[in-house]
Design a protein around this ligand. Sequence first.
Ligand code: ATP
Length: 237
Amino acid sequence: MSLNASLIMEATEVSKTYGSGLAKVHALKNVSLSIFRGDFLAIMGASGSGKSTLLNCLAGLDIPDSGEILVQGKRFNPKDSRQLVELRRRTFGFIFQNYQLIPTLTAEENILLPLAISQGEVDGSYFQEIARRLGIDQVLHRKPQELSGGQQQRVACARALITKPKLIFADEPTGALDSKASKDLLEIFRETVTDFGQSLVMVTHDPVAAGYASRVVTMQDGVLAESSLSELADSSL
Ligand SMILES: Nc1ncnc2c1ncn2[C@@H]1O[C@H](COP(=O)(O)OP(=O)(O)OP(=O)(O)O)[C@@H](O)[C@H]1O
């Protein structure tokens, strides 16, 4: 197999079912997807179409029934906990709708937590840079409950970026934000991808959010289709 250096992740024929008998749900049906360096990929689709299942399977948060996922050319086995830990430390970043910040830690401590856990070194200038870009450099001493929802989401975003992940997974990252805060966050996503050569996969219902992506795919009943942005403008997803 020749390794395409710009290919971060390649999923082939990934399937996932939940339940059994009459209650069986085919959440993913032979989904294949390539993610390249610098991709900002949006996954759209109606509620229940399989978006989160796909993201979770790609990120190792759920285990597909069949299919293959390669990460930087290497077979990804989410049951291999050592490989999973290693990928979470060095390659993957996560941004979820419920930010999961630790309430007893300050914003700064929350952001640096992944490095504290992995005993990684803090790159002070990179930390300052992302805090400034995210507009949270003035609130780093505050605890999560002293921050607005948008600020909390930015702290969660900084926490995902601090390890310089090659591939960031974001599930409805703007779901709880107003339109101004959403726009700011999506612009930051676009900048991160462009400036730091990272790749970002984002699940969203929102065509405006998907409009910031460089590529859009749409899930429908567990099946994936590549979409163009103009198609999305006409759709009511
Ligand atoms: N843990 C689970 N057990 C059983 N069924 C599940 C489970 N997780 C998801 N499903 C089912 O799989 C299908 C796909 O769900 P998924 O959450 O991936 O959809 P989605 O497109 O992300 O939906 P939404 O936009 O509403 O979050 C749905 O029919 C859902 O009910």
